[in-house]
Each structure stands twice: as structure tokens, then as C-alpha cells.
Ligand binder design. Structure first.
Ligand SMILES: *[C@@H]1O[C@H](CO)[C@@H](O)[C@H](O)[C@H]1NC(C)=O
Ligand SMILES: *[C@@H]1O[C@H](CO)[C@@H](O)[C@H](O)[C@H]1NC(C)=O
Ligand SMILES: *[C@@H]1O[C@H](CO)[C@@H](O)[C@H](O)[C@H]1NC(C)=O
Ligand SMILES: *[C@@H]1O[C@H](CO)[C@@H](O)[C@H](O)[C@H]1NC(C)=O
Ligand SMILES: *[C@@H]1O[C@H](CO)[C@@H](O)[C@H](O)[C@H]1NC(C)=O
Length: 536
């Protein structure tokens, strides 16, 4: 045997051993080609993140956001650097140590006392407090191998607390409901708030209390939440578990307004479920309330367009007019994912079924437009309108003087567009993510990819991504001049997560939403897409 032949045999033997040790049962599932496709997609999302981050960094760091058209900075979130803080968690998940380092350095220098514009308690909580605490837990937990400077990681918690100290002023004295915003100079609250404004603080502030061992923050927000869980007068609970958007924070009473899963209301319902996931022992009453609201919404707010029984949207109830309004939009599309999560955690198929139906309907709004991006708001002719006698009292808004264009559109697609813009929103992708995690059906990853190709093709401009004016025009009808910070924390993160879930590692990554029925979550996502560890 000549030497090279012997070497060849040794190599072949070694190769055989290597191949054999990789023959684990998991790896032999015939999904490797699919996995490769999805990992390639995941890499594309990482490139998009780098592209948008570099665009921001070059022209707008450390301001709140990039204005991609004018290629300059925007300052919509008090000038504390909303984009770096919102992008931090995604950069950690993507393992981009250079970006993480830049943001940690930035955070050290933030002065939350320094601002010249009104301070929104809700936005500051979900973006800044949520972003800081999430990064803190990720870097001390599953991403400790990134080996960031320990002192810089501790600063994340210190800064979250400093901001919460500023926001505490919103709660006033002897008054449990917080104002929605604070005057930057006097630190006096504006005396008003919405359901979501007061009811989307508990998760972040309770986490802050757990990490700082100071119960003050939890107490403030839980007292506020009690008003929302036990509404007065009782009559403002128009349907079991559901209350209107507008609050009088002085009296603690609700004011007649809209009952909806849309803006200013949405994340109140979202957090009822997520608090239960965060700690089922402490928050069973939040879960009961979510179940009531979820059931009421299926019974009262759900509506199919006339002639489209397979579609279902959540309309809203206008208390002042005493009727249901067939209007919904991109923001409401998070509800599909929230119902699926609820069904998974509670083991209740009626919620996953309904959630999947909502997801399919939101997908329908995407594929029905020229750009294949869904509109901000839309309407439809409710199937309830063609039933005699009407099945519900109060009635749905029917017999509008519909224009011919509206009728053509509703005949062709089941809905018509009211606001055709797209503001880089995540909700539809977020719901695809939950649908995929529950069903493991590749279809949802394909939908997410199609949506991304459409968003990338339409919203990408200059050195970033921007607000699009009209999703139903070939070129998107031009751009606004803004790249919202949540594009980094939510839109790109849910895309990253959905395409990462198929890798062998991805099956078990603890920050991924659990798979299938009876899910046991290890992390729960705040409404800005920041994962927080559940209570042990
Ligand atoms: C912010 O201002 C308050 C009131 O002046 C002060 O007590 C607090 O220490 C300041 N916080 C920081 C981080 O400078
Ligand atoms: C928070 O509430 C708990 C229970 O009522 C109480 O024991 C605790 O002292 C409160 N914490 C603060 C800082 O007031
Ligand atoms: C809240 O209720 C109080 C007491 O009835 C009233 O004086 C105040 O004007 C109300 N505030 C708002 C914003 O409606
Ligand atoms: C829409 O459909 C209805 C019912 O089928 C029909 O009467 C109407 O002519 C259609 N309108 C348009 C504009 O296509
Ligand atoms: C996104 O857009 C860029 C610039 O047009 C292009 O190079 C890239 O291939 C696009 N990515 C996807 C996934 O469509």
C-alpha cells in the first residue's frame, strides 16, 4: 500500500466517523433543504438590519431615529436615543457585538432628566424601560457568551430605574391612575390617559421591581391596573371584560368612547394574557379577564365581509353612536398572534382557531394590494348587514352611500382601504410568527418572506427604510421621512425569529416562543418586541 492510498483510507475512515456522529435522529428529518432556505432568509434579515443600522449610525446617531429621505436625525422620543435602545435586543439576538458595544456606551451617557418635549409614560416604558431590561436579561442570561463589559451591562438596569423614577411623577398623589404624559419642565402630568396608556406598564415595571428588589414600581402600576380590571361604573363594561379607550384619571372612571383591539386599547388586552404567562400564580385574574375579553370579541366584534365567510376582522364598537363600526387595520392584526398565544398557553383550540383565521385575513389584506403590503386601516361591508333581522342589537353600521370604487374593491377583495399608508409596522409579521410556532406550517414562513420582499422593495430608500404613503400604488406612492425605532425592535426581530426557528438550535432556543399546544414560555415579549424572562 503506497503512502497516499493509506492516507486516503484514513481520511475516508475519519470522514465516516464524522458523518456517523452527525446522524442524530433530529438531523435526519427531511427538512434540511427547507432549513437552509430559511437560514438564508435569516441572513438576509441580518443584512437588512446592518444596512438600516449603518444608515442610522452614519447620519443620525445618537438621536432618536433616522429620517431616510433627508438623511438626517429625527427626535420623536425625547432625544434619548430610541433607535439604539430599541435595536439593542435585536443586535444581541443577531450576535453583533460591535453594535451592542456602541449602544452600551451610548446608554451610559443618557440623561433621562434632560428633555425639552412631553414625556410619554407609555412610549418611554415600552421602548426604553422594556429595551433596557430585556438587554440586561439577555446579556446576563443566554447571551452572556458575548462577554460584554460587566459594568456596562449593570448600567442598563441603573438607567431603566432612573427613567422609571422620572415617570413615577405621572402617578401623582393619592391617585392611582397615571397621566399619559409629563411636562418636561414642571414634571406635571397632563391629567389624561387611555386604556392602553395606563394598562401597558405592568409587565415592564413589575420586572423592574423584581430586578431592583424595590416593590415601588410594581405597586404603582398594579394599583393602576386594578382600576382597569374593576371598572367603575360597572356599566362601562359594555361587553364582559371589555372597556372603552378613554379614562378620566381623576375619578378613575371610563368615558363613553370606542371598544376596540386597535390603537390606545390594544396592548391592554395583550398584557392581560402576557402577565399570566409572566407569572401564572400571581396573575390568574388577569387571565380570567383576557378570556372574558377574548370571548366577547369573538361574539360581538368579529365580522366577516359580505360574501367572504372565510375572512374575519375585529371591528370596533362606538359607544357614543351605539353601533358597531366595520373598521380595522394593521395594528389590530397583532390580535391574531395574541389569540394563538392564548390558545397555546391555555390549551383552548377555539382561540387558536380564531387567531389563525385572523392571521389569514390579515394576510389577505397584504396580498390584495398592489405592493403586497397591507394598509394602515380598512373597512368592509359586514355580513351582519345582509341578515334580517340583524343578529345583534345594537346594530352594525350598514347602508352607507358606498362609492363605485368602494363597491368594486369590496366585491373584488372583501374590503376597501381607508388609510393606505404603511409605517414599517410589525403586527402582521408578529402574528405570522405565532402562527408558525403553533402550527410549524412552512406556509407562514413563506408569507413572512413574501411580506419582507414587498417591504424591502417598497419601503427601502436612501440608507434606511421609511414610511410608505400608499401600499396600493406600484411604487408605494412615495415615502414619508421617518424610520420608526420599532422597525428594529419588532419588525426585524420577528422576521429574525421566524426564520431562525427551523435551525436545529432554533428548536430549543429559550427565547423563542414555545411550540404547539401546552406551551411553557421561558420569555414573554413586551408590546415593543422586547423579550423579558418569565418569573420562575
Ligand atoms: C433627576 O432629577 C431629579 C430631581 O432634580 C434628581 O433627584 C435625580 O437625581 C436626577 N437624576 C439623575 C440621574 O440625574
Ligand atoms: C408595595 O405593596 C406591598 C403590598 O401591599 C407592601 O408590602 C410594600 O411595602 C409596598 N412597597 C412600597 C415600596 O411601598
Ligand atoms: C374628570 O372628572 C372630573 C370630576 O367629575 C372633572 O372635573 C374633570 O373635568 C374630568 N376630566 C376630564 C379630562 O374629563
Ligand atoms: C358588487 O356586487 C354586487 C352583488 O353581487 C352587485 O350587485 C354590484 O353590481 C357589484 N358592484 C360592482 C361595482 O362591481
Ligand atoms: C432588498 O433590496 C436591496 C436593494 O434594492 C436588494 O439588493 C436586495 O436583494 C433586496 N432583498 C430582498 C430580500 O429582496
Amino acid at each position: 500500500m503506497t503512502f497516499p492510498v493509506a492516507l486516503l483510507i484514513v481520511i475516508l475512515l475519519l470522514l465516516g466517523t464524522v458523518l456517523q456522529t452527525h446522524q442524530s435522529p433530529r438531523e435526519s428529518v427531511p427538512n434540511t433543504a427547507l432549513q437552509r432556505i430559511n437560514l438564508d432568509r435569516r441572513d438576509e434579515i441580518k443584512s437588512a438590519f446592518n444596512f438600516a443600522w449603518n444608515g442610522y449610525y452614519t447620519a443620525a446617531f445618537p438621536h432618536d431615529e433616522l429620517k431616510p429621505l433627508s438623511n438626517g436625525p429625527g427626535e420623536s422620543r425625547n432625544g434619548w436615543g430610541a433607535t439604539p435602545v430599541d435595536a439593542l435586543g435585536t443586535a444581541i439576538l443577531m450576535e453583533l457585538p460591535d453594535v451592542v458595544n456602541v449602544v452600551l456606551e451610548h446608554v451610559k451617557g443618557i440623561d433621562f432628566n434632560d428633555t425639552g418635549t412631553d414625556i410619554s409614560v407609555f412610549e418611554s416604558t415600552i421602548r426604553y424601560v422594556g429595551g433596557l431590561l430585556s438587554a440586561y436579561e439577555l446579556l446576563r442570561g443566554p447571551f452572556s457568551h458575548l462577554n460584554m463589559d460587566e459594568g456596562s451591562v449593570e448600567v442598563l438596569l441603573v438607567k431603566a430605574r432612573e427613567l422609571a423614577e422620572v415617570l413615577c411623577a405621572a402617578f401623582g398623589e393619592g391617585n392611582a391612575l397615571p397621566s399619559g404624559s409629563l411636562n418636561p419642565f414642571t414634571r406635571i402630568g397632563n391629567g389624561e390617559n387611555s386604556l392602553a396608556g395606563a394598562g401597558t406598564l405592568v409587565l415592564e415595571w413589575i420586572k423592574l421591581s423584581a430586578l431592583t428588589k424595590d416593590s415601588k414600581y410594581a405597586n404603582f402600576t398594579q394599583k393602576a391596573e386594578d382600576f382597569l380590571l374593576n371598572p367603575k361604573p360597572k356599566s362601562t363594561e359594555a361587553f364582559p371584560g371589555m372597556v372603552p379607550i378613554d379614562l378620566n384619571i381623576t375619578t378613575g372612571q371610563f368615558k363613553p368612547s370606542d371598544i376596540t383591539w386597535g390603537g390606545s386599547s390594544d396592548s391592554f388586552y395583550e398584557y392581560l394574557l402576557k402577565m399570566y404567562i409572566y407569572d401564572p400564580k400571581s396573575f390568574p385574574q388577569y387571565k380570567d379577564r383576557w378570556i372574558q375579553a377574548a370571548d366577547s370579541s369573538i361574539q360581538y366584534l368579529a365580522s366577516s365581509p359580505r360574501g367572504y365567510p372565510d375572512l374575519v376582522f375585529l371591528g370596533r364598537y362606538d359607544e357614543k353612536a351605539g353601533m358597531f363600526v366595520p373598521q380595522s387595520g394593521h395594528m389590530e392584526c397583532f390580535a391574531g398572534g395574541n389569540y394563538i398565544l392564548g390558545g397555546m398557553v391555555l390549551g383552548e383550540q377555539k382561540y387558536t382557531d380564531f387567531g389563525l383565521k385572523l392571521v389569514h385575513s390579515c394576510h389577505h389584506t397584504y396580498i390584495s394590494t398592489t405592493t403586497h403590503i397591507g394598509p394602515e386601516t380598512f373597512s368592509w361591508i359586514p355580513s351582519q348587514c345582509s341578515l334580517l333581522p340583524p343578529p345583534t342589537s345594537p346594530p352594525w353600521l350598514c347602508n352607507q352611500p358606498y362609492s363605485p370604487t368602494t363597491l368594486t374593491s369590496t366585491n373584488a377583495t372583501g374590503f376597501y382601504i381607508i388609510d393606505p399608508s404603511y409605517n414599517l409596522r410589525p403586527e402582521v409579521l408578529e402574528s405570522y410568527y405565532y402562527a408558525y410556532r403553533f402550527t410549524r406550517d412552512e406556509k407562514y414562513r413563506d408569507w413572512a418572506w413574501d411580506a419582507w420582499v414587498a417591504i424591502n422593495g417598497t419601503a427601502r430608500v436612501g440608507n434606511g427604510y421609511s414610511y410608505v404613503r400608499d401600499v396600493d400604488k406600484v411604487d408605494g406612492g412615495g415615502w414619508g421621512d421617518n424610520m420608526e425605532s420599532y422597525f428594529f425592535s419588532e419588525t426585524l426581530k420577528y422576521l429574525w425569529l421566524i426564520f431562525g426557528g427551523g435551525s436545529r438550535e432554533g428548536e430549543g432556543e429559550e427565547w423563542q416562543v414555545s411550540v404547539g399546544d401546552g406551551a411553557v414560555e421561558k420569555w414573554v415579549y413586551n408590546t415593543e418586541g422586547h423579550p423579558l424572562k418569565v418569573r420562575k
